[in-house]
Design a protein around this ligand. Structure first.
Ligand code: ZN
Length: 361
């Protein structure tokens, strides 16, 4: 459907840098004294006082799952690997180069991490915490050494930090003025045209119709007037979709599709959003793309692009066409067949739309 582009498999994100006063001499032993990942998904670290920490996150690629790591000054004596459980595949302690210690936490696939919301909090001169994930199933604590500093009331401190953070609610949908906006959602294909057929016979028409209906419900709850170009498996050509949107005089038009790669390559996954022209269309596309990526960890960001698709070219309002993943891709297909993931995508699309309506109108 869409031509193959180089996947940005190594989307690299380095996002914390702590500059405290003293840097330890390179030859000293590791500044990492103890660490633990608690049953609530919080990583706790105890270090030497006033340690410089650097933490990084890297999205999954073909070799590794999502990884979070922290570098500490001072060389680790004995590199080791510790088996994980639940969402965590394994923990590795190593020396990436002379005089350094690295603690790597590698996650399993299908762990929906939200690294953009992560905050490393220094509780003390020698203690750090960061909430990495919300365990879905029971997660057994992993760790080495004693992190807890019994002299201080660390618990109280920690709770207050997390209370603030929980308000971030990355899926919380923004409010917009009720009954002000109308949106046309266009589930691609339909009827005799199933669209892309993916692994195990999964059909684009079914996936995008379900996602579109959930988007409609979510937006309706926020007081947006939503119109679907189709509600079931009917044969619907492209021009009627466009005239439908133009006649409704909708504020925006969002066409929802799923991708297939040429040759049905299972290693091609990813999300992309197209607009035809104008900063409004681009802004809408960017917001949707950003949100769908957040619920699709490990799936490559194929970007926001200009595309000359009929439905976005001929509609008169800001219009985008979103490709929510490759039905032919191993990673995406396995997710797209599940209603839970379709709901997440619908939430993400609704959030992008509401953000746009909120800011741009
Ligand atoms: Zn399609």
């Amino acid at each position: 459907m869409i031509k193959f582009l180089d996947n940005k498999l190594f989307r690299y994100l380095s996002f914390f840098l702590f500059l405290n006063s003293a840097v330890l001499p390179v030859n000293s032993s590791s500044a990492l004294a103890a660490w633990g990942i608690k049953t609530n998904g919080v990583l706790e670290l105890r270090t030497k006082s006033n340690t410089n920490l650097k933490a990084y996150f890297q999205k999954a690629n073909q070799i590794y799952g999502d990884r979070f790591w922290v570098d500490f000054p001072g060389e680790l004596k004995s590199p080791r690997t510790i088996k994980g459980n639940g969402a965590i595949k394994e923990i590795r302690l190593g020396k990436p180069n002379k005089g350094k210690t690295r603690l790597v936490i590698e996650f399993k696939e299908e762990t929906y991490l939200k690294p953009l919301n992560w905050r490393m909090v220094g509780l003390d001169k020698n203690k750090w915490i960061i909430k990495l994930f919300n365990p879905k199933k029971s997660f057994k604590m992993i760790g080495e050494g004693l992190v807890e500093n019994r002299k201080r009331n660390v618990k109280a401190n920690q709770n207050s930090n997390y209370k603030k953070k929980s308000n971030y609610g990355y899926l919380k949908l923004p409010e917009v003025k009720r009954n002000k906006f109308s949106v046309v959602i266009d589930p691609g294909h339909g009827g005799p045209d199933p669209g892309a057929i993916g692994i195990g016979g999964i059909r684009e028409t079914d996936v995008v119709l379900e996602v579109s209906k959930i988007v409609k419900d979510l937006l309706s709850e926020k007081g947006v007037n939503v119109f679907l170009t189709r509600k079931n498996e009917i044969d619907l050509d492209l021009p009627p979709r466009v005239s439908f949107a133009n006649n409704k005089d909708a504020d925006i038009f969002v066409s929802i599709h799923a991708n297939a790669s040429r040759g049905k390559r299972r290693d091609i996954n990813g999300l992309e959003t197209f607009y035809y022209r104008g900063w409004r269309g681009r802004s809408l596309a960017k917001r949707i793309q950003q949100q769908i990526l957040r619920v699709s960890p490990g799936s490559p960001d194929r970007g926001v692009k200009q595309g000359r698709f009929y439905v976005i070219k001929n509609t008169r309002m800001p219009a985008v066409l979103v490709e929510i993943g490759f039905l032919t891709g191993r990673l995406d297909a396995r997710r797209l067949e599940k209603t839970t993931h379709r709901k997440r995508l619908a939430y993400a699309i609704a959030k992008g739309i509401l953000e746009y309506l909120n800011r741009v109108g």
